[in-house]
Design a protein around this ligand. Structure first.
Ligand code: CA
Length: 384
């Protein structure tokens, strides 16, 4: 089966080879788990209630938390069944009535974000930022090629695509408080953890697919003026924590099997716990600013892989929890039209205005990741 019987699914980026999971709220107001097929959502609550899909009743919950916790064997079985239901015309009579047009639903954050970690894994981005902020010094700090740099973000302010982002206020320097004047984006790729781990036990890079369920696009909104004033010595804080937007639909890893590619060779060699099989994902990102496509960041160029990030963030024994989100860091490629932030695109001369809309998209072959959209609303208070 190469294509679904659902009208419009073929060629849409959301055919049966994709089937991303989300939470939709139809006109009756009750949120339910769904998969996207073309421009429709298949109601998984109704599917499981009718016995068409079996997932230990996890899909009858208000979000994907219970399904994420079930693990890879259940994820595979449900996916195989959905491919049957949506691919084989024989099931059309039963399934068609459980499809909901996307035009008639709103979307919620598909899962409860447990912990949120953001990495800094693009060599090109780290180099560009180093050159901008520390001119005349080595662009990369001495630790950068020895470990995937990251920090813990604010899980409670991760929002679903299409949520309005209020311009943050804060300290822009000594005695200077007000709305950020240097509001920026960071185009990133995020990984959603399904299966947790035990405290004290590191998770090996090779166990990536035992724990990680899928992928979402991320916009790590960043107030550069607040960030520049606050970040030393402990790292990002209020310049980042006001909002992080993620795509509405989680693309399961199973839909990206043909997107794995060779990640860049690492020099110097890394420690044994980070010595992975150099598999990166070939996702072609695009960023649009008020409808104009401004940059195309290539995720395949990332120096540190998602599996290395997972191994590193648990090597001290920190456990994973269902719903953890870890993001790649800004995706920037080697050329100026491949950067993932406005800081790099305009060298600090142009940032977001109120009313501006940013859309981050990505494709892997004929799989279109769910876009992450955000529009800037004016600050809620001007001075303090
Ligand atoms: Ca970031």
């Amino acid at each position: 089966m190469n294509s679904s019987w659902v009208p419009g699914a073929a060629g849409s980026g959301y055919d049966i080879n994709h089937l991303p999971y989300g939470v939709v709220v139809p006109e009756d107001g009750r949120p339910r788990c769904a998969v996207r097929i073309g421009e429709r959502a298949l109601d998984l609550d109704a599917c499981e209630a009718a016995g068409l899909v079996l997932a230990a009743d996890s899909l009858r919950w208000e979000n994907l938390d219970r399904f994420l916790a079930l693990g890879p064997a259940h994820w595979s079985a449900v996916r195989a069944r959905l491919i049957e239901l949506l691919g084989d015309e024989a099931h059309r009579g039963v399934v068609e009535g459980l499809l909901i047009p996307l035009s008639s639903v709103t979307q919620r954050l598909a899962w409860t974000v447990a912990d949120y970690v953001d990495f800094y894994s693009s060599e090109h981005h780290a180099t560009n930022v180093g050159q901008i902020f520390r001119p005349g010094q080595p662009a990369l700090l001495p630790n950068w090629k020895h470990l995937p740099i990251g920090y813990h973000g604010r899980a409670g302010t991760v929002v679903v695509s299409d949520t309005t982002v209020v311009r943050p206020c804060g300290q822009r320097g000594a005695g200077d408080f007000g709305p950020s004047r240097r509001l920026d984006i960071e185009a990133e790729v995020g990984f959603v953890v399904g299966v947790g781990s035990s405290p004290g036990s590191p998770v090996a890079w090779s166990a990536f697919a035992d724990h990680v369920f899928g992928v979402v696009l991320v916009n790590d909104w960043s107030a550069r003026d607040i960030q520049a004033w606050e970040y030393q010595p402990l790292g990002p804080f209020l310049g980042k924590s006001f909002a992080t937007s993620v795509g509405a639909w989680i693309t399961p890893l199973a839909a990206l099997e043909s997107a794995w590619t060779s990640a860049p060779v690492q020099d110097p060699p890394v420690l044994a716990y980070l010595a992975d099989d150099r598999r990166g994902l070939d996702l072609a990102l695009e960023v649009s600013w008020n409808g104009e496509m401004v940059t195309r960041p290539p995720f395949a160029s990332m120096y540190w892989t998602p599996a290395q990030q997972l191994a590193h963030m648990t090597v001290n024994g920190a456990c994973l929890r269902t719903g953890d989100l870890f993001a790649s860091g800004t995706v920037s490629g080697p050329s100026p039209d491949q950067v993932g932030s406005l800081l790099e695109l305009h060298r600090g001369e142009r940032y977001l205005e109120d009313g501006d809309t940013i859309v981050i998209r990505a494709r892997a072959g004929d799989v279109e990741l769910s876009p992450v959209v955000g529009t800037i609303a004016p600050a809620r208070f001007a001075s303090q």
